[in-house]
Design a binder for this molecule. Sequence first.
Ligand code: PMP
Ligand code: GLN
Length: 394
Amino acid sequence: MSYRLNPVYARLPVTVFERMSQLARVHDAVNLGQGFPDDAGPEPVRRKAAEAVLDGWNQYPPMMGLPELRAAASRHYQRWQGVSLDPEREVMVTSGATEALAASLLALVEPGDEVVLFEPIYDAYLPLALRAGATPRFVKLTPPDWRLDENAIRAVVGPRTKAVLFNNPLNPTGTVFTRDDLETLGRALAGSDAVVIADEVWEHVIFDGREHVSTLAAPSLADRTIKIGSAGKMFSMTGWKVGLVCARPELLSAVGKAHQFLTFTTPPSLQAAVAYGLDTQDDWIHGMRAALEAKRDRFSAGLRDAGLKPLPTGGAYFVNVDLGPLGVDDDLSFCERLVTEGGVAAIPVSSFYAEDPVRTVVRFCFAKDDAKLDEAARRISAFLDRRRPQAREK
Ligand code: PMP
Ligand code: GLN
């Protein structure tokens, strides 16, 4: 027989993150590709999860999430972002932000609807939007600032626009959008019925004293926002897959209907531990920011010593480098050579584009032990020296 598979997934390769991690293992490379920290996360939170497994309830928790986690999320977002949320009607727990994204798109989109995506796009967005039946409309953000342009957004928003996927801080560029950017988005969407699916998983990973302004805290956007957070990013434990979804009751209830047949629930032990963490780990979060900021600066200095110019990073634990000045015009083959010959894994930023990609930029994850960052910078320098000996001798 021939398998008649859904073409959206049948045509997709395995994700670039998985592929680069695999190559890193085979070639014993320093893995600065897939974004996951070396830090183990706050110990009291990990202990809570362990205790909850041993002593607690390991059966299905409520479909919308443990009440104590929804209440803790409401307190946490009030304290950190000034948003008021009714824990019973405006907060839901999912199995990671990825499930929240899928549930939001499935709850909103009908075939023929349009979904606006900003490029560079986080890799899950386009396949999920297509599988939900959406026609994608792209808005390209451009370096070095990657700011939102009202006219460019207006140009793709119309009566068929169901949703806008908006990632702030933005993976892979590290851009932190400001209150002004959110007002720009609000003006561009005024008069439309578009819902903003606001992927704020990097909300706590921001540097240099910046403030994360939630889309739910922007008056012009709050009523049309589905805010998505991820405990995996908040507490540097990416394997935990505990997502938080916040929206007005009518919107949240629709997303809940999709969630109930995607995963239905999320392990109660992890939910209980995240609830504890949201209430008690503010100092740890401040410490994480300071530690990551120091790592960003350390690794950026190493890149500069290797002759590269890192692009600015305001949030998320990634630093990007434009290799155009070195004559690189195919970031994917550069990354393949860097991991196989140079012993460092990175992510080609072209994989964050659907059409007409930027092909000169690569992304490095700096949430790693200092010794690894130093070794990676040394290896990158040696790789570049081997690659262009004449140019580097000048
Ligand atoms: N959105 C963005 C922008 C991300 O960078 C990531 C993970 N790095 C996710 C969603 C997925 O989060 P989770 O692991 O909670 O599903
Ligand atoms: N979001 C992570 C990153 O940007 C990867 C997640 C994944 O591997 N799916 O590196």
